[in-house]
Design a protein around this ligand. Structure first.
Ligand code: ATP
Ligand code: MG
Length: 359
């Protein structure tokens, strides 16, 4: 089960959103085939590769999928761990169930990070009004209450700036287990997108600086406005996390850079990451190709950046401006093939390059 998968082989991908679509395109460039598995009808990846439609708990469909691919990876961190456990005896799954399980539960994730020697904002579990009261007393305000599981793009989060907002925040969790986090008063948000091979090899892209609005990533710029020591420290944190998980593939590590210089981990994403999309234009081997290389046991590519880059997400209606962006010299436009531009939905992105060091 640990043979290199060469040209002509098939990469199985769990999930078929825009990340699966871009992974499938990268696999095709490498002479590999991609085949995806997802419950939705007509997902974004269906335009570029076959998508097997099946529910996450359909063990028969998962077994058929395993039999039709040479390795399985994922583009979506909320794939139920049980689905991966169904697949794992039949086909190599990279990254494996452990990384997925850790990333799916914000409490387990923060405890794992601290145990790996990586600092985080203060946190405490919250299951009811009593534990929320205790957590608020321990952490102070402002704080953010988040569901432990299934959050993305800032969903399932409620900020508490004043004591009288606590009750509504708890009600917003809808009875689900939650975690209270102290708000980190960061100088900036950065992320490291990094790859680890099955042989323990490691390759990190330069840290990107990220701007979120309303919990959704708006913009990532590489390089981040940090010194070389901080950038190396951020990449070292990513390496410690990937090593601790014996991880294979690309991961996104989100960090808060504090005014006193500390780097606190926010969360990890066991997959290619929105803050690494700039690598498509600014690196010889982008994060999607790098992930396919890692899970197929190819040599990792050089993560060096040959330009400065700014990536902007096109969210909801912003994608209606595609023709204007397409007419802009040097703008690299990516659209994900989503029919409906619902508010807050990531429809595409645009990357603009500038010469190294002049961004
Ligand atoms: P995404 O899918 O975009 O990664 P998510 O739903 O998993 O989002 P988080 O990454 O936890 O959520 O939070 C989204 C954003 O909200 C963060 O990037 C950051 O800007 C802000 N945020 C979350 N938690 C904190 C915190 N403890 N302190 C300060 N800001 C925070
Ligand atoms: Mg996040």
């Amino acid at each position: 089960m640990s043979e290199r998968i060469g040209p002509g082989g098939t990469v199985g991908i769990l999930g078929a959103g825009q990340l699966g679509r871009m992974l499938a395109i990268a696999a095709a460039r490498m002479g590999l085939k991609a085949r995806l598995y997802a419950p939705e009808a007509d997902p974004p990846a269906a335009d570029v590769a076959p998508v097997i439609r099946g529910d996450w708990d359909d063990a028969d469909a998962l077994r058929r999928f395993a039999a039709s691919v040479d390795v399985v990876t994922l583009e979506f961190e909320n794939v139920p761990v049980a689905a991966v456990e169904t697949l794992a005896p039949l086909v190599s799954v990279r990254p494996g169930a452990r990384a997925l399980a850790v990333a799916q539960d914000r409490l387990d994730e923060k405890q794992f990070l601290n145990a790996a020697g990586v600092g985080t904002a203060g946190f405490a579990p919250v299951d009811d009004a009593d534990s929320l009261r205790a957590a608020l007393a321990a952490l102070g305000l402002p704080a953010i209450l988040k569901t432990r599981r299934m959050g993305y793009d800032g969903k399932g989060q409620a900020r508490i700036d004043r004591p009288d907002q606590a009750e509504a925040a708890l009600a917003a969790m809808d009875g689900q287990p939650a975690i209270l986090e102290a708000v980190a008063l960061f100088a900036r948000e950065i992320s490291v997108v990094a790859a680890r091979g099955a042989d323990g090899g490691f390759a990190a892209y330069d840290p990107a600086e990220n701007i979120h609005r309303g919990g959704i990533l708006r913009r990532s710029a590489a390089p981040a406005a940090i010194d070389a020591e901080t950038a190396a420290r951020a990449q070292g944190i990513a390496r410690a996390i990937l090593d601790a998980l014996d991880y294979v593939g690309v991961m996104g590590v989100e960090l808060f850079h504090m005014p006193d210089g500390r780097l606190l981990a926010n969360e990890i994403a066991p997959r290619v990451h929105n803050t690494g999309h700039w690598t498509i234009e600014a690196c010889a081997v982008d994060q999607f190709a790098q992930h396919v290389r890692a899970v197929c046991l190819w040599p990792l590519g050089d993560p060096a950046r040959h330009a400065d880059a700014v990536m902007e997400n096109l969210i909801g209606d912003e994608a209606l401006g595609w023709a204007r962006i397409a007419a802009e010299p040097g703008a690299a436009l990516h659209l994900y093939g989503k029919a409906e531009a619902r508010p807050g939905r990531k429809m595409g992105h645009v990357t603009r390059l500038s010469p190294l060091g002049k961004g």
